[in-house]
Design a protein around this ligand. Structure first.
Ligand code: ADQ
Length: 742
């Protein structure tokens, strides 16, 4: 604006200057003519009479005018008759001869010129007397006043424009400030009413705020979509970028029961590092490598205490240290009540439709509460700053979000529930259903694998708690605080580091066949699970039995290898399962064994990831038969292991994975006819069809990998945090005192 005004000022000064100059020149010419006309008669008489003295006196009179600088009278032939003092020589009668064409004087002639003292106007007026030319009068007018006036005028114009510019700037700033102030005042008022107002006022405020919020959300979504369509596939590097952009590089704190690295002392006395058999660890470990920060977990290894520093921390992964593992120690009693009791005998069977009766005991609940509090305190010790990002993992910590929120009200808490969420009716079996729900609502975001689980959770809140449910935004509002409910299907890292390190398929097949004493043309089936009743291992073995019954040509050729990691062995149900699975394998083997051939090989042990990937890569078929599973990462690991695009996945439709891996042979694991037919189809599937299905699944897992899972959650967490900060800033200073709340 100022630049525009400056150009305008310069233009205006130029135009005014031109106009006044023309005006002054006209004025001077007029004055000269008047002076000449006024003296014409007298001069003509004096010239006729030849009275030089009178002519000189008349000229002196004329020169008394302050503008007239000099005067001269010439004869008709332009010889000087008389002139005033200091008449400029270059305008003398003789000098003007050149301006009279052929010596004939024009009636009137004028021009302007420069002399030493400045600019002058020269006018020549013929003196006539009854058609007789008596001579000429030369008037020299001083024009230096014009330059002075011109300068004054220019200064005035510039000053006037400067003043206007200043006024316009002040006015603009003032108007902008007033507008901004009225906008923020309105926003503050609406926010305050929306947060603390009562009844109608609150509703009106919310309604007033909605269009604005909708606009802002729309804009954010557009920008995100625009960015999403132009950026590279999800990877560790992109996740780091998201962290930098959305969370300004702040590190995250993860709370999980299971630790990613367990230090165990072996029988030889040496300490070794074990990767626990846990889907949660499989998914989160690569995320933590990318994000850095702190992972808080129960220190459960026999050598865990020996490997931490005095703050109970150890840097991991061993040899590639990039984040901190903070270990929390639990007493046997705490572990029994919180982990084995409430978590795994109560919530686990409650959330899985696997026909195991949930057991809820008051003593377990007390331990569960206590351990949740201890982890919440550990979070407070580990965080840096008042508004950290905390990722709470799984059903072991349903109460921790609320506890963390009480200590760190500005923390952004994102809770991910790794197992299914049951129907509201079923959830009501839990005697502490309200406390569990309320604890989770301490989070800013609660995440599940599928939309169905989200819906079930919202229904449970609707049924058991006083709250407002915003179904459009999928949010639960309680006491002025909002908790978003979102689905984030979990996955594995891609490119998968274990698949990358595994030997080629032929080599894997050869070593597995050698280890198990299988013939070169053996057909190999693989199952990889924790020994858990939800994984449907019994149904799997029964399906193998039914396959051998229905398709006799597979007897002696088809061997199913089950890698089963003992899990939760202190719980009676798991011990019984263990025995049942062993007994079942023995029975089926007894039925179909021939020579060295056994249809089922049960490897009941923990296996490190390289061994698991070797088996997955050696297999002709992988059967995931979960009776109910949040996601199931083994299915995705099988896909990652098959760079050779061979092998068929038979997948239970009760897994979250079945919603994504639609190219698998999806079965009902309870239906042994369907499952056995699928196994036989898989074993007979032509390589081209195997490759086609595997390629499609690999594309999907590559794109929807664990970095995308974490990235989407962290972007949402960043957005929530940003909104929180904005709202804090807007309501700062306007917060009513506690007692004044309605
Ligand atoms: P889990 O019930 O543990 O996970 P899953 O997703 O299948 O189930 O992951 C198991 C992990 O343990 C895999 O990485 C697998 O390789 C490993 N594993 C299995 N058997 C093993 C063995 N014998 N030895 C060593 N490791 C073994 C929970 C939910 C799932 C959800 C995940 C992630 O129950 O539904 O997919 O969390 O959210």
């Amino acid at each position: 604006m100022l630049l525009g005004l400056a150009v305008l000022a310069w233009g205006a000064a130029f135009a005014v200057n031109e106009a006044t100059q023309a005006w002054f020149m006209r004025d001077i010419a007029l004055r000269a003519r008047l002076a000449a006309v006024g003296t014409q008669g007298a001069l003509a008489g004096h010239l006729e009479s030849g009275d030089g003295r009178k002519v000189a006196a008349l000229l002196e009179d004329l020169a008394r005018d302050e503008r007239i600088m000099a005067v001269e009278v010439c004869t008709p032939t332009l010889a000087s008759v008389s002139r005033t003092k200091s008449f400029p020589e270059q305008f003398s009668c003789e000098a003007l001869r050149s301006r009279a064409p052929q010596g004939v004087l024009p009636a009137e002639l004028d021009f302007s010129d420069e002399i030493d003292g400045g600019r002058v106007h020269v006018s020549i007026h013929r003196i006539d007397d009854d058609d007789v030319v008596r001579g000429a009068l030369v008037l020299v007018h001083d024009l230096s006043f014009m330059a002075r006036r011109e300068l004054a005028m220019r200064h005035f114009t510039l000053a006037a424009f400067g003043f206007v510019a200043l006024l316009a700037s002040i006015l603009t700033v003032f108007v902008r400030r007033a507008w901004w102030r009225s906008w923020t005042d309105e926003l503050r008022r609406v926010l305050l009413l929306a947060r603390w107002g009562g009844g109608d006022a609150k509703l009106r405020a919310r309604n007033a705020f909605q269009p604005l919020l909708a606009d802002v959300r729309g804009l954010v979504a557009d920008l995100a979509a625009e960015r999403g369509s132009t950026v590279a596939p999800w990877s560790a590097a992109r996740l780091q970028h998201v962290l930098r952009e959305n969370l300004h590089g702040d590190s995250v704190v993860i709370v999980a029961n299971r630790e990613p690295y367990v230090h165990e002392r072996g029988p030889d006395g040496a300490i070794r590092v074990v990767h626990p058999a846990s889907g949660l660890v499989t998914a989160l470990e690569p995320v933590m490598r990318a994000c850095s920060g702190t992972w808080i977990a129960h220190g459960s290894g026999s050598a865990d205490r020996e490997t931490v520093d005095r703050h109970d921390r150890v840097r991991v992964p061993p040899g590639e240290e990039s984040y901190a593992l903070r270990r929390v120690w639990l007493t046997k009693e705490e572990e029994r009540g919180y982990y084995y009791g409430f978590s795994n005998e109560g919530l686990w069977p409650l959330c899985h439709n696997a026909h195991t009766r949930p057991e809820f005991r008051a003593a377990d609940w007390l331990q569960y509460e206590r351990v949740n509090r201890r982890f919440a305190e550990a979070v407070c010790e580990e965080v840096q700053g008042p508004d950290p990002i905390v990722l709470v993992q799984d059903y072991h910590f349903a109460l921790a979000p609320r506890m963390i929120h009480e200590h760190l009200p500005r923390a952004t808490i994102l809770t991910f529930w790794h197992i299914p969420w049951p129907s509201a009716e079923r959830f009501g079996i839990c005697p502490w259903e309200r406390e569990v729900l309320d604890g989770l609502l301490g989070s800013n975001i609660v995440g599940f694998h599928t939309q169905q689980h989200c819906n079930n959770f919202v229904e449970a809140v609707d049924r058991f708690l006083e709250s407002r449910i915003d179904r459009e935004r999928q949010a639960i509002v309680q006491g002025g605080r909002e908790c978003l409910v979102r689905s984030y299907p979990i996955s594995i890292d891609w490119p998968n580091r274990w698949a990358a390190a595994a030997p080629p398929a032929a080599e894997c097949r050869a070593t597995v066949a050698a280890e198990l004493g299988l013939s070169a043309d053996a057909l190999i089936g693989v199952g990889v699970d924790r020994l858990d009743y939800t994984k449907g291992i019994e149904e799997r073995f029964l399906a193998v039995e039914r396959t051998l019954e229905r398709f006799p040509h597979l007897r002696g050729r088809f061997t199913f290898v089950q890698l089963a990691a003992p899990s939760r062995t202190l719980i009676e149900t798991y011990r019984q399962l263990n025995e049942r699975v062993e007994g079942l394998a023995a029975r089926i083997n007894g039925r179909f064994a021939a020579g060295t051939y056994r249809p089922i090989v049960l490897l009941r042990a923990h296996h490190e990831p390289p061994a698991i990937f070797r088996y997955l890569r050696a297999a002709d078929v992988c059967y995931v038969s979960s009776l109910h599973d949040g996601m199931n990462l083994v299915a995705k690991e099988f896909v990652a292991a098959r760079e050779d695009e061979r092998g068929v996945l038979v997948l239970s439709r009760f897994t979250g994975a079945a919603r994504e891996l639609t190219e698998a042979l999806v079965v009902n694991p309870y239906d042994l006819e369907e499952a056995s037919a699928a196994l036989a189809t898989a074993l007979a599937m032509p390589p081209a069809q195997q490759a086609e299905r595997m390629r499609a699944m690999r594309r999907l897992v590559a794109e929807f990998n664990v970095f995308r899972w974490a990235g989407r959650m962290l972007v949402d967490a960043g957005r929530v945090r940003q909104q929180g900060r904005l709202s804090d800033r807007l309501t700062m200073g306007l917060r009513p005192v506690e007692g004044a709340r309605s």
